[in-house]
Design a protein around this ligand. Structure first.
Ligand SMILES: Cc1cc2nc3c(=O)[nH]c(=O)nc-3n(C[C@H](O)[C@H](O)[C@H](O)COP(=O)(O)O)c2cc1C
Length: 197
C-alpha cells in the first residue's frame, strides 16, 4: 500500500490549526521530488517573519539542494549514522546558524530561542504548502560550518530537512517501524506547571 503523505495527526484536548496538528517528521522522502523556488521562497519568508528578541533576527539560513555539489559533500561528510541513510533523499536541507556572541561580545543564548521560532515558522509554512519537514541536529556541526563557509563566530545549530514524504516501505525495516509508530507527547498536566486547572 502506498502511503504518500501518511497522516499522523496529533491527538489533542482542544482543536489546533491543521498545520500544527498534522505536521510530523518523516524520514521517507521522494528522491525525485524537487521543491520549487516559489515554495522555498515562501518557506524562507516565513522564517524571516518570525519574532526575535529586540528584532535582531540573528538567524541565517543556508539551503543546500539535492544534486548540488555542496549538498553531496555535506550529506556525505557530516550526517550522523542514522541521518546519513535518509537525509540525502530529501529535496533540500536548510541549515540555521546564529552568532555565538552579541555585538558587545556577550553570550547570546536568546539567539537560539529566536532561531527556534524561525525554524517552526518555516516548518508550518512548508506543511501548509503540502511539503514535509524534519528538524535535525545529528550532524557534525564543525564540518557543516566549514563546508558552508560560515564565519568562525557563527554556530550552525540545527537544520530542517525539506521535501515530499513518500511510502515508508522505501526505508529499512527498523526505520519503517519508527516511521509508522504513533506520535507521542507528555500530557498537558505534565508540562503546564501552573495556570491550567
Ligand atoms: C532540535 C531537533 C533536533 C532533532 N534532531 C534529529 C536528528 O538528528 N535525527 C532525527 O531523525 N530526528 C531528529 N529530530 C526529530 C525529533 O526526533 C522529532 O521532532 C520528535 O521525535 C517528535 O516527532 P514529530 O516531529 O514527528 O512530532 C530533531 C528534532 C529537533 C527539534
Amino acid at each position: 500500500m502506498v502511503r504518500e503523505n501518511m497522516k499522523k495527526t496529533a491527538e489533542t484536548s482542544a482543536p489546533l490549526l491543521t498545520e500544527i496538528a498534522e505536521r510530523w517528521s518523516p524520514r521517507a522522502y521522494d528522491t525525485t521530488y524537487e521543491v520549487s523556488k516559489e515554495d522555498l521562497t515562501s518557506i524562507l519568508e516565513a522564517g524571516r517573519w518570525a519574532p526575535s528578541a529586540s528584532n535582531l533576527q540573528p538567524w541565517r539560513f543556508s539551503v543546500v539542494t539535492r544534486g548540488e555539489e555542496l549538498h553531496t559533500a555535506i550529506v556525505e561528510q557530516s550526517m550522523s549514522g542514522f541521518n546519513a541513510a535518509w537525509v540525502p533523499n530529501a529535496s533540500s536541507v536548510i541549515f540555521i546558524s546564529v552568532p555565538a556572541i552579541t555585538q558587545d561580545g556577550n553570550a547570546y543564548p536568546i539567539a537560539w530561542f529566536d532561531a527556534g521560532l524561525a525554524a517552526q515558522n518555516m516548518m508550518i509554512q512548508a506543511q501548509a504548502l503540502g511539503l514535509a519537514t524534519h528538524p535535525i541536529s545529528g550532524y557534525n556541526h564543525e564540518v557543516v560550518t566549514e563546508l558552508l563557509g560560515l564565519e568562525k563566530d557563527r554556530n550552525s545549530i540545527a537544520a530542517i530537512v525539506l521535501g515530499k514524504s513518500t511510502d515508508p516501505s522505501t526505508l529499512s525495516a527498523p526505520a519503517q517501524e519508527r516511521e509508522v509508530a504513533p506520535r507521542t507527547r507528555l500530557s498537558l498536566d505534565e508540562i503546564v506547571l501552573h495556570g491550567l486547572n
